[in-house]
Design a protein around this ligand. Structure first.
Ligand SMILES: Nc1nc2c(c(=O)[nH]1)N[C@H]1C(S)=C(S)[C@@H](COP(=O)(O)O)O[C@H]1N2
Ligand SMILES: [Mo]
Length: 519
C-alpha cells in the first residue's frame, strides 16, 4: 500500500467516524429532546455569531437560500475537518482524536447555548463525540495493522497474511458507515418531525370552554410545604406510556374515527373538534401501576369534548358494551361503553391540559380522560380511533399482558409530609397528604402513629368527587422513631383496606406507611 492510498483510507476513517458520531447524537436526541440535535444547533450558533455584514452579504448573494448555503458551507468545513482528523490520527496520534474532541466540544457548546436548553441537552453531543473518537482510534489501529502486514509482505496484498487485516479494517469502516447512514438519517427525520410539531403546537390557541369547570372552592388548597399542589403542573405530571419515542402528530392531518358497532361511522378533524362546544373539567388521573405511596397520580384541568356526545352521534348498536380506543402508536384501551355514555360522568376527548394544548408526551393533539378509571383502560393518548365493540370480541393492550380488562380506580391515600424517613423537630407536626376515590368522593381520612388509635384528619374542601382531596392532621410529635399511616373512607362508607395487594392485575392496595425520626 503506498503512502497516498494510506492517507486516503485514513481520511475516510475520519469521515465515517464523524458521521457515526452525528448519527449517535441524533439517536440520543430522540431520547433527550429533538432540539438537542447538534447538527442544527451548530448551524444556529453560526448564524447567531456571524457578523451582520457577513449575514447581509450572504443574503444578498443567496437570497432565501441563505440557510442552504450555510448548511452546505458547514458540511464542507466538517468534511475537511473530519478527513483531516483521520489523516492526523494516522500520522501523529492522538491529534486526530483531539480534532474530533474539539469539534464535539463546539457542538456541545452550540446545543447548550440554545434557547430553553437544559444541561441534559449536552448528552447527545457528548455521546456522539465519544463514539466518534473511539471509532476513529479503532479504525486507525486496524489501518496500521493492515499497512504493517502489507509492508512486511512487501506490499503483496494477495499474500494470505494481508487479507485478514485488510478485511477487518474494511468491515469496520463499511459497517459503521452503513449503520451511521441508516440510523443518522432515520433519527434526523424523526427529530425534524417532532420539532415541527412542537412549533405547530405552540402556535395553537385553544377556544374558550362553553362549559367551564365550577370554580375551585376556597380552602381546597392547604398551605403546607411539601404537600402536592392541588393542580399538578404539566411539567410535573407523571408520564406513563409504551412509546419509545413520543409520537409527533401534525394536528392538520389528525383524524378521529368512530367505528365498529355503530349506526353512523364518523370521522372528525382537529379543527372540527375545536369548533364544537368544549367542556372544562378537573379530573385526577392515575396509573394502575402506582404503588402504595407512589407518585403516578396527578390532577389537571382538562379541556375537551364530551365523548358521550360523539357516541350519541355515532349511535352505538345494542349489544355493544365496550369502546376500544386506539392510539397512533398502536396502544389500545378498553373502556366500558356505559361509562363513556354516562350523562353524569365527564369523559372527554381532551385537547387542553391546564390551559395549554396537550403537551406532546401527554397525547398531543387529542387524548381521552375518563373520571374514575385507571389510565390503562381509559386515557388513550394520541388517540385516533374509537371502536364500539364488546369485551367478548376485543381486548386491549394491557389485557393481553395479564392486566384486568376493567380498571376502576381504587380508593387510596398518600402521606406527602413528613416525607419518607424525614427527621422532624418535636412539637406540633403537620401530617398531610392527598386522598382519592375518583367519581365516588372522599368522606374522611384517618391517621395513626405507631399502630395506635386512628385519628381523623381535617379534609380540605374537595373540588369534586373526580379529584383528589388534600388533608392534614396536627400531630404532637415526641422524640423517637415513629411510623405514620393513613387510610381513607369514601362517601359510600367504604374504607381503604390495609391488606397489601400488588399492582397486578388491577391496582395496589394497602396503607401508606412513612417512617420518621423526631428529634
Ligand atoms: N397511546 C398511549 N396512551 C396511553 C398509554 C400508552 O402507553 N400509550 N398509557 C396509559 C396509561 S397506563 C396511563 S396511566 C396514562 C398516563 O397518562 P399521562 O402519561 O399523561 O400521565 O396514559 C394512558 N394512555
Ligand atoms: Mo398506567
Amino acid at each position: 500500500m503506498n503512502a497516498k492510498l494510506r492517507r486516503l483510507w485514513a481520511a475516510l476513517a475520519g469521515l465515517i467516524s464523524a458521521a457515526a458520531g452525528f448519527a449517535l447524537a441524533e439517536l440520543g436526541a430522540l431520547v433527550v429532546a429533538p432540539q438537542s440535535s447538534p447538527l442544527l444547533a451548530v448551524g444556529s450558533l453560526i448564524i447567531d455569531l456571524s457578523p451582520p455584514a457577513v449575514k447581509d452579504a450572504v443574503i444578498a448573494l443567496f437570497g432565501t437560500n441563505d440557510k442552504v448555503f450555510l448548511l452546505v458551507l458547514l458540511g464542507i468545513v466538517l468534511v475537511i475537518a473530519a478527513a483531516g482528523a483521520g489523516m492526523l490520527e494516522f500520522r501523529t496520534p492522538p491529534w486526530g482524536t483531539v480534532v474530533l474532541l474539539l469539534l464535539g466540544g463546539v457542538a456541545t457548546v452550540a446545543v447548550v447555548s440554545r434557547a430553553q436548553s437544559s444541561a441534559l441537552w449536552a448528552l447527545p453531543a457528548i455521546i456522539g463525540t465519544i463514539g466518534a473518537c473511539l471509532l476513529l482510534r479503532l479504525a486507525i489501529r486496524r489501518l496500521h495493522d493492515w499497512s504493517e502486514t502489507a509492508a512486511t509482505m512487501h506490499g503483496e496484498s494477495s499474500e494470505p497474511g494481508v487479507a485478514p487485516t485488510r478485511r477487518s479494517f474494511l468491515l469496520l469502516l463499511g459497517g459503521s458507515a452503513a449503520v451511521a447512514v441508516v440510523v443518522g438519517v432515520g433519527a434526523r427525520i424523526a427529530n425534524a418531525a417532532s420539532v415541527a410539531v412542537t412549533t405547530v403546537r405552540e402556535a395553537i390557541s385553544l377556544p374558550k370552554p362553553t362549559t367551564t369547570a365550577a370554580p375551585i372552592p376556597a380552602g381546597s388548597s392547604l398551605d403546607i410545604e411539601g404537600l402536592s399542589p392541588l393542580i399538578t403542573p404539566n411539567d410535573d405530571f407523571y408520564r406513563i406510556d409504551t412509546a419509545l419515542q413520543v409520537p409527533a402528530i401534525d394536528p392538520s392531518t389528525w383524524r378521529l374515527r368512530v367505528t365498529g358497532m355503530v349506526e353512523n361511522e364518523l370521522e372528525i378533524s382537529f379543527d372540527e373538534l375545536l369548533a364544537l362546544p368544549l367542556t372544562e373539567t378537573i379530573i385526577t388521573l392515575m396509573c394502575v401501576s402506582n404503588e402504595v405511596g407512589g407518585d403516578l397520580i396527578g390532577n389537571a384541568v382538562w379541556l375537551g369534548y364530551p365523548i358521550r356526545e360523539l357516541l350519541a352521534e355515532a349511535k352505538p348498536q345494542s349489544g355493544a358494551d365496550m369502546v376500544l380506543s386506539t392510539s397512533v402508536d398502536g396502544f389500545t384501551a378498553s373502556t366500558p361503553l356505559e361509562i363513556l355514555e354516562d350523562e353524569n360522568r365527564n369523559s372527554i376527548l381532551a385537547v387542553g391540559m391546564n390551559g395549554a394544548p396537550l403537551p406532546a408526551e401527554h397525547g398531543f393533539p387529542v387524548r381521552m380522560v375518563v373520571p374514575g378509571l385507571y389510565g390503562y383502560v381509559s386515557a388513550t393518548k394520541w388517540v385516533t380511533e374509537l371502536k364500539v365493540t364488546t369485551f367478548d370480541d376485543d381486548a386491549a393492550y394491557w389485557t393481553h399482558r395479564g392486566w384486568s380488562e376493567k380498571g376502576p380506580i381504587k380508593i387510596g391515600s398518600r402521606i406527602d409530609v413528613p416525607s419518607n424517613r424525614a427527621s422532624v423537630e418535636a412539637g406540633t407536626v403537620a401530617i398531610a397528604g392527598v386522598a382519592w376515590a375518583q367519581h365516588t368522593g372522599i368522606r374522611g381520612v384517618e391517621v395513626r402513629v405507631d399502630g395506635g388509635p386512628w385519628e381523623p384528619a381535617r379534609l380540605a374542601a374537595p373540588i369534586s368527587s373526580d379529584t383528589w382531596v388534600q388533608w392534614v392532621h396536627e400531630w404532637d410529635a415526641t422524640p423517637d422513631d415513629h411510623v405514620l399511616e393513613a387510610r381513607a373512607t369514601d362517601t359510600t362508607g367504604e374504607r381503604q383496606s390495609g391488606t397489601p395487594v400488588p399492582v397486578v392485575p388491577d391496582g395496589a392496595e394497602g396503607w401508606h406507611a412513612v417512617p420518621v425520626t423526631v428529634r
